[in-house]
Design a protein around this ligand. Structure first.
Ligand code: GDP
Ligand code: IMO
Ligand code: MG
Length: 436
């Protein structure tokens, strides 16, 4: 023990990768349990006095910690070409990737689902979700429809062929008759998937069993969510969400480790808010303040390069994240980005048609029409990137963190003050010492 779940509190890109990397050196296993290569985590590491940047999509960020076993759980959807591209890229930079384990029950993203993702978005026009176009939605839909392809199917060619045939029977009709696009050939799909089988074989495992045994031995397991609370398919701003469970509960279904074994939940909360793709966003800024956040915070997508929509901190969202995930600790990231503002607004509640909402509105329509009610806190001008204790922070930056902490209802245990691995203030220990 312990088992720690790490989630995003907002709409993604909160800095989960950096936080996982920070914990990576003290954990034995890092598990990705949901999503696929729609995620994009940037980790900045100091190596021989130089800053090195790593962009990870499919692999858990723990792969950068030499003693950590990275695990891709059953809840993940895997684009095999991306998996090997990413592994090769890391190997070329001297990262040891040989410990990676992949669940036999994880689903693969066949090439036809990338096509369907893109043509569906085009077809939806102005009603589009703004997906990453990686085939995530169609692959999770196949899983639920029971026409998905699993990793283990690559090791039984007869079964694989049957499953691809079954899936394409319908999909090719859809592609040709609705989307007016060329379908896929069964042989091509089977051949492409089989080409990865031999290289993948040593990584394939019953990862639920591996993790259960690791916890029995007293080892530490960190579950790293892709995406975030408001992109969760059940608890997010549906339909403007991803197609998996990105909240803490998803760690259990996505890994085969039960809720009774989870000890703590760390949520990563950016000091302001960003969102990529379509969907409601009450504190979004369309003015020069939004541009300030985008420029200062370098808010451009790691996966698609799209400019991220930017806005102020929304503590209604933060409070919701505390409740839905059972957050024990928050990490506030990118506090340094707010340096140099006269006033820092914090959304404390919404006004919907003259009615105050302190909690997330029940109806999505109300959320679309929510106007933020702000509290204006005083800003600070001092460079905070060298601060390493809470007391090092200027009084107004401390007051900002304490007010946010009060509003979100769980303690802020760490504060990011820069992208680098060591640019963090550790206020309280993040690893619980729990004996079961
Ligand atoms: P993830 O998807 O949640 O892992 O987050 P991303 O990697 O997509 O986006 C977070 C970005 O913020 C990355 O470029 C990080 O290097 C950067 N970052 C993380 N923490 C901090 C911080 O405290 N300050 C600053 N300035 N940048 C940070
Ligand atoms: P990380 O892990 C931010 C968004 C997409 C789109 C919606 C659905 O880096 O925080 P999808 O391709 O998943 O079907 O797209 O979800 N989205 C993300 N936004 N960060 C992410 O991951 C995201 N993964 C998906 O932009 O709006
Ligand atoms: Mg990201």
């Amino acid at each position: 023990m312990p088992a720690i779940v790490l989630v995003g509190a907002q709409w993604g890109d909160e800095g989960k990768g950096k936080a996982t990397d920070l914990l990576g050196s003290s954990v034995d296993y890092v598990v990705k349990f949901n999503g696929g290569n729609n995620a994009g985590h940037t980790v900045v590491i100091e190596k021989d006095g130089k800053r090195e940047k790593y962009a990870l999509h499919l692999l858990p960020s723990g792969i950068l910690s030499p003693n950590c076993v990275p695990v891709i759980g059953n809840g993940v959807v895997i684009d095999l070409s991306v998996l090997f591209e990413e592994l090769d890229g890391l190997e070329a930079r001297g990262v040891d990737t040989s410990k990676l384990l992949v669940s036999a029950n994880a689903h693969v993203i066949p090439s036809y689902n990338r096509t369907i993702d893109k043509v569906t978005e085009r077809f939806l026009g102005k009603r589009r979700i703004g997906t990453t176009g990686r085939g995530i939605g169609p692959t999770y839909a196949d899983k639920m429809n029971r026409v998905g392809i699993r990793i283990q199917d690559l090791y039984d060619e007869g079964i694989l062929r049957q499953k691809v045939e079954a899936a394409l029977e319908l999909k090719n009709q859809l592609l040709a008759k609705v989307y007016n696009t060329r379908g896929a050939e069964v042989d091509d799909v089977v051949e492409e998937l089989l080409a990865y089988a031999a290289r993948l074989a040593p990584m394939v495992a019953d990862t639920s069993l591996v993790l259960s045994q690791a916890l029995d031995r007293g080892e530490t397991v960190l579950f790293e969510a892709g995406q975030a609370t408001l992109l969760d398919v059940d608890h997010g701003t549906y339909p403007y969400v991803t197609s998996s469970n990105a909240v803490s509960a998803g760690a259990c279904t996505g890994s085969g480790v039960p809720p009774t074994r989870i000890d703590s939940v760390i949520a990563i909360l950016k000091a302001y808010t960003t969102r990529v793709g379509e969907g409601p966003f009450p504190t979004e800024l369309h003015d020069d303040k939004g541009e300030f956040l985008r420029k200062t915070g370098a808010e451009y997508g790691t996966t698609t390069g799209r400019p991220r929509r930017c806005g102020w901190m929304d503590t209604v969202v933060g409070r919701y994240a505390t409740r839905i995930n059972g957050v024990t600790d928050f990490v506030i990231t990118k506090l340094d980005v707010l340096t140099g503002l006269d006033k820092v607004p914090v959304c404390v509640a919404y006004d919907v048609g003259g009615v105050r909402h302190d909690e997330m509105p029940v109806n999505q329509t109300d959320f679309h029409h929510a106007t933020p009610i702000y509290e204006e806190l005083d800003g600070w001008w001092e460079d905070i990137t060298a601060c390493r204790t809470f007391e090092d922070l200027p009084p107004n930056a401390q007051a900002y963190v304490l007010r946010v902490e009060e509003l979100i209802g769980a303690r802020v245990s760490a504060i990011g003050v820069g992208p680098g691995r060591d640019e963090i203030i550790e206020r309280f220990p993040l690893k619980p010492a729990v004996a079961h």
